[in-house]
Design a protein around this ligand. Structure first.
Ligand SMILES: C[S@@+](CC[C@H](N)C(=O)[O-])C[C@H]1O[C@@H](n2cnc3c(N)ncnc32)[C@H](O)[C@@H]1O
Length: 260
């Protein structure tokens, strides 16, 4: 895959929901949060809808949704979860070239997608084009800060250039705010959704080594194995027993952008 290409999730479709772990409570809180924003602004678009972790509950909560994703296997998983039929229109497509006319949606959402798209500013331009003036874009890019971030940084330092980081840096909400401000969009941070977690370091390292996360998909297996072993030893010294839950909860933050 060339450096200018987005990262589709074909290979993750079967394990995505189990390894991304959205608890029922966090899912319900997220649906409630997004529904409040989207209900008055329908129909809505989700780019990178994936297996429908966010889109399916929103649809069940009455939001009229259209989903776009590059990955047919991820969309197939969504359809399977919905009982075998597409619960709402699903399109295999690229967020940087949306197959819609201008101003056809009232709102749009993107969760954990912009970090996979090298031309993420192009995806923003497309979202702004297809969402009406006075509409809203809801974007969740952040992952965890704190100890998990430290562990990620340690791994990154060891696997270096081979780590596949192609799009918006997930820890740079400010960069997203700046890019949106160019379009005249005003940022609001929505109330944080907290999610309980039982993830241990041991489990996490196992998943990293099993190539569950997209940023390892270019890393040579031997390099990854060595980096995990070294980081595990470092983490045991820094944080203690690798079999304990590292953080009992983590934050999920959505940003809302009101379009002019
Ligand atoms: C990490 S998953 C997130 C799925 C879903 N939004 C969620 O929160 O569970 C990212 C999804 O974005 C899709 N994707 C990556 N680049 C894309 C692009 N340029 N256009 C549309 N979808 C894209 C991937 O195929 C994958 O299904």
């Amino acid at each position: 895959m060339s450096p200018g290409t987005s990262v589709p999730f074909d290979r993750a479709a079967e394990v995505y929901d189990q390894t991304r772990r959205l608890t029922a409570e966090a899912s319900a809180a997220t649906t409630q949060l997004l529904r409040t924003e989207l209900e008055p602004r329908q129909p809505c678009l989700e780019i990178g809808v994936g297996t429908g972790l966010i889109g399916l509950p929103l649809h069940r909560a009455g939001i009229r949704l259209i989903g776009v994703d590059l990955s047919a296997p991820m969309l197939a998983k969504l359809v399977e979860k919905a009982g075998g039929r597409p619960p709402f229109p699903l399109i295999i497509g690229d967020a940087t070239r949306l197959p819609f006319a201008d101003d056809v949606f009232g709102g749009a959402l993107a969760r954990h997608v912009l970090h996979l798209i090298p031309a993420w500013q192009g995806a923003l331009r497309e979202l702004i084009r297809v969402v009406r003036p006075d509409g809203v874009l809801l974007i969740n890019i952040g992952f965890s800060a704190g100890p998990w971030q430290e562990i990620g940084d340690h791994l990154d330092a060891l696997i270096g250039e081979t780590a596949r980081r192609v799009g918006l840096d997930v820890n740079r909400g400010a960069e997203l705010d700046e890019a949106m401000a160019v379009f005249g969009a005003r940022a609001r941070e929505l109330p944080t959704v907290w999610q309980e977690s039982e993830l241990t370091m041991e489990q996490y390292f196992g998943e990293v080594e099993a190539d569950v996360f997209s940023w390892t998909w270019n890393v040579p297996p031997d390099l990854l194995t060595d980096a995990v072993a070294e980081t595990k030893a470092w983490a045991a010294e820094r944080f203690g027993d690798v079999d304990r839950v590292l953080e009992p909860r983590f934050a999920s933050v959505w940003r809302a952008y009101d379009l002019p």
